[in-house]
Every structure is written in structure tokens, then in C-alpha cells.
Design a protein around this ligand. Sequence first.
Ligand code: SF4
Ligand code: SF4
Length: 436
Amino acid sequence: MNELKDRIDYAKSLDCVHCGLCLNSCPTYRLSGAEPSSPRGRIHLMRSVAEGALEPDARMKEEFDFCLLCRHCESVCPSGVKFGQLMEGARDGAERAMPRTGFARVARELGFGVLLRSRTALRAFTALGRLAQVSGATAWTAKLLGTHGQMLVDAPSLPPARDRQRPAALTRATGTRVGAVAFLEGCVMTELFARVNAAAIRTLAYAGFDVHVPLRHMCCGSLHAHNGELTGARELARETIALFDALVDEHGQPLPVIVDSAGCGSHMKEYGHLLADDLAWSARAAAFARRVYDWTEWLVREPARSVLQPALAAQAARHRDTTVTWDDPCHLCHGQGIRSQPRLLISWLGAPHAPLRDAESCCGSAGIYSLVRPEDSKAVLAPKLEALQETGAQVLLTANPGCHLQWESGVKRTGQSVRVLHLAEAIDNSLRGQAL
Ligand code: SF4
Ligand code: SF4
């Protein structure tokens, strides 16, 4: 059990002064009303283990698992508690101290050890999954797996091969060239949202950037870090830094790294913390983290802004009859502090924007949470689906693949006539003279 005790950042846990201001922003506390399911309760559990006052047990692990790692508690905490970092460490310790068994263990080893480590394996798995979905094999496999089969039923529809095309290693600026950027392709983005990557790359090229994609790159490690696999997360962080550092501009300077998946960008901006104890990599990781930009924050800055704003203004009349709403992905607003930039881009579109009530609360996607805890995930989304209905929007905009899938399935389940788009798709459609 010492493995959990050793991995809890006791000094960080002392930042919590038990004020309770975080409680009502916590989606799991809102669901259960129980103190151990709140940020303050979870920190208390960690601190008690670190002080030797409490032995870790299955109930404690369940409270760690129940947390969405949405980091809403961080945004409202007056003491600056770094809850995300605390929980990642605690989960890593809990996985070592109380390893999973049976199906959960096999699924984790397949996911974190094989599929998220090899592009070939992931692409083959997606192709097989697609085949199983269209042939109906998913249904009987789910039956064979019993309770574990629900994961297959809840899994997102996989697109056909033509919609899973990888990006080019280099896309040239389409207008006047103003510079070059590197772009993170991501692991699941290509399998599920290749169209979003394509749209994000086109907008960057439109704004005057050559876009370089290191095709040997696989995964930034965010899913590993969020799920208690910090060793794997650190290995993937080193691989990511090495591959992106090799992409340099005409002056030999490493390129800015643009990311269109909020979860990945948030994680990569914390590489300095992740590798802080690695003497060979810590300084390099911190320097890398400083050049990571979410796609939205890069486009509202100069020089992109001067190109995009007038180009979008020229198309604005086209979108006057399409009401849009924006849901803040947790890892964009709480993880990266990015709130105004996507709203500014939306204002450039010219479409009426109906604000979503409680837009900063979690949608319940949370990486693999919606697959491993489907009922909790749906319960977290439920009030947000009501809020969506209140807006009367025809299009819901997001900027994270997990949120995108979660909203699509929720909208379908409740029969709402709302399309879900990544903001990059909306901007790209507009720049190409199309409806949103
Ligand atoms: S708001 Fe911050 S200091 Fe207050 S209880 Fe929550 S985590 Fe602790
Ligand atoms: S990360 Fe989210 S779910 Fe977890 S304790 Fe904080 S607010 Fe609650």
C-alpha cells in the first residue's frame, strides 16, 4: 500500500484549506451529495493516506475512479489547489497498490499498452471494429461478454476508411505565407475525427502557415496520465517532445505546436510538471510546454487574426439564420484557462450565439469515463442536455473529441435536432463559402 502513499503529493494536498467553495461545482458531488465524492473529500482521503491515518481500500479507489478529472474544482478554488496533478498521482499510486484484475486489467493492457502505443495496432483495431459494427458482430460479441459487453454497445460508431485518412506531412500555406507551425495529429483524432484535423489544418494554411505533421508521432499520453499510468505517460511525453523538437523553422527554432483536441493540449502544456523529476528532460519539457497552443488561441492572435477576421466577416450573412451555442470543454477552460478565444472566433462567424447555461460544467465524457462508467457519465450530461434545449440552437460547437462524441450520443438519445461540430469545422466551412 506504500505505493499509493509514496505517490500522493502531500505538500500539494496541504494547499487545501477545506473551505468547501469547490463542492457545488463538482459534478460527482452534485450527483451523490456525499463528501468523499467531492474535491475536498478526495483531498482529505489522499492526505489521510499520506499521513498514515488511513489504509487505502477499494472504496477509496472507487472515489478516485468516480472523479471525472474535469478540474472544475481548480477554477473555483481560492487556494490554487492543483487537483488534477494530485489526482493523477493518486490514481497512479492506487493502480500500483490495488491493481485491477480480470476484464478491466486486460482492457487496460490492450488500450494503454498496445493500442495507444502503436499506430498500426490502433488502425487495425479501428478497421476490425468498423467491420464488426457494420456486420452486426458487435451485438453478439457484446452478449458473449455479458456485463462487460455494454462497453461495445456504447462505443461510438466508427467511420469508414475513407473518413479515416491521415493528414499530409506538410500542407503549404494557401495565402501569403507568414510562418510555419507543427500540428498534433493525435491518436483517436484520426480514427474518429480525421475531418476535424483536416479542417483545422486547412484553416491554419488559410491563415498563412505551412503546417507540418510528424507522422511518426502516436499519442501525447493524456489518457495514460488521467487513468493512473504515469510511467507510460512519461514515455509518451518524451517521444512527443523528441519528434516535435525535430521540426524547426528557417532559423533553426522549434515550431509552435498547435493542438485541436483540448484534452491533449491541456496535458502537453503540463509536460514540465510531468517530467519535473527527470533531470535529462525537465528543462526541455518545460520549454516544449511553452510552445503548445490550442488551435483557438493561435487563430485569434496576430498574424492569423488579420487574415481570418475579414475573411469570415465576408461570409457572415450566410450564417445569420443558424443559431449556435458553445460548450466549454473542461480541458480548455479549466485545464488551459481558454474561454474568450473560442467565443471570439464564434463572433467572427456572424451566427447568432445563444449561450449555454453552465457551459463550464463537465459533459461527462472525461476520456474513457463514458465507456467505463456509462450511467454516471449519462447522469452528468443530463442537465446539460436540458440546458442545450433551452438555447434553441441548431448547432452545438465544441473543441474536444470526447465531448464531441458525448454530445452526439446525448443529442441522439434525447431526439434533439442539433448538429454537433468542432469549432474548426464551422470556421473551415465558412471560409469555404459553405453553411455551418
Ligand atoms: S475550494 Fe480549494 S481549498 Fe477550498 S475545499 Fe475545495 S480544494 Fe480545498
Ligand atoms: S476534477 Fe471534477 S469530478 Fe473530480 S473532484 Fe474536481 S470537480 Fe469533482
